[in-house]
Design a protein around this ligand. Sequence first.
Ligand code: NAD
Length: 430
Amino acid sequence: MKVAVVGTGYVGLPTGVGFAELGHDVVCIDKDDRKIADLKAGKITLFEEGLEELFKRNAANGRLKFTTDMKSGVSDAGFIIIAVGTPPHPITKEADMKYIYAAAEELAPYISKYAVVANKSTVPVGIGDKVEKIIKTKNPKADFDVVSMPEFLREGFAVYDFFNPDRVVVGTNSDRAVKTVKELYSVFKETPNILFVERRSSELIKYASNAFLAIKIHYINEMADFCEKVSANVYDVAKGMGLDSRIGNKFLNPGPGYGGSCFPKDTNALAYMARNHECDLSLVEAAIFGNDVRKSRMALKVLDAVKDIESPKIAVWGLAFKDGTDDVRESPAIQIVSELVNRNANVIAYDPKAIETAKTILGDSITYADDALSATKGADVLAALTEWQDFKKIPLANLQMRNKRIVDLRNIIDPKVAVAEGFNYKGIGR
Ligand code: NAD
């Protein structure tokens, strides 16, 4: 099947690469000339474990192509996936649909045979209807169905999740679309669990899932704070909770707050939608507020560790919003570093993958180190902000700090080892 993917970012690229690897003919379309030029030249534009190898193989065998030209990308495609951004509006925080509407307008004229237009971007309930209307208006002769096909991949595991999805959710009432979706997924070795529902329900499943996960993270973060007050250990608490199969043991890791391109954006967009429908989502609202405040509190926790030092030098390990990615969108690390800088701290940071993306936000307000050890040289405190596994392997004895203090907001350092090495150690919830 010829598959067109409109938008070649963190979702579109792994999706396009994945379908090419499974044998479909894929064209990835993006309006970003530089991105497409790099991809055409064989240069991958984002970091995801295992993606580069698959990208190179399928670009070389001709099953994966890249273009900025909507016409050549979409013509003859039987499956058109929209994977453009749906960023938050800067003031209202509602999901901004301008890229979705523009993509629909631009692709509509080139639908040349029956096609499923699948919306993989996260969109508010009812946007499928609007996309359908835009395409019908632009190209009244087009033979197509718009389906909702929300993406659930985890950044850092995008390749694994593409080939091993927990479920594929598809929102449609059209039998033809159901048949085409089944054909698209028939190339999987083991056909994924596909849940067909109404389009609007599918659109909401994405928001309901992300909000639930965000609330779960916020809940364990609050429990971690309480553990600190009553000298309990949040890991024991989480283990005891997680053994209950109704609760489960996932997403019970305390930290500096959730971040990334999805949870903050999607919880805000859901809350906005609900307010518009005069529906009270107080749990979602509480998680949004609590998580925002938390990141500032975490910056204060770092500063508290060096309150006796004028112009402290703060070494930061990690800028990405989590390990395994170069994505810094809504990264707690970026917000914490910004607050440290605003309070005149001298920050030197290292991240294995996200230095370049972090520079686009933090610029030269901080210094960037070439490796984790050199970041800590002469520092007054080490703040661990992203849970990169490699940080765990660094012997604390090798750190040449002016003051031996650690604020570990990801609990990646063993407190016993830190204390044995003479560090003043503060973690989260233990
Ligand atoms: P992204 O910003 O990384 O990529 C979007 C791409 O779309 C950009 O390269 C942009 O240039 C391109 N684009 C925008 N308008 C276009 C147009 N008219 N024609 C062609 N290209 C166009 O975004 P992303 O992180 O991949 O997210 C895409 C969507 O998927 C969002 O709605 C997001 O909420 C959702 N989502 C993201 C993730 C994730 O892990 N990042 C997971 C699940 C769902």
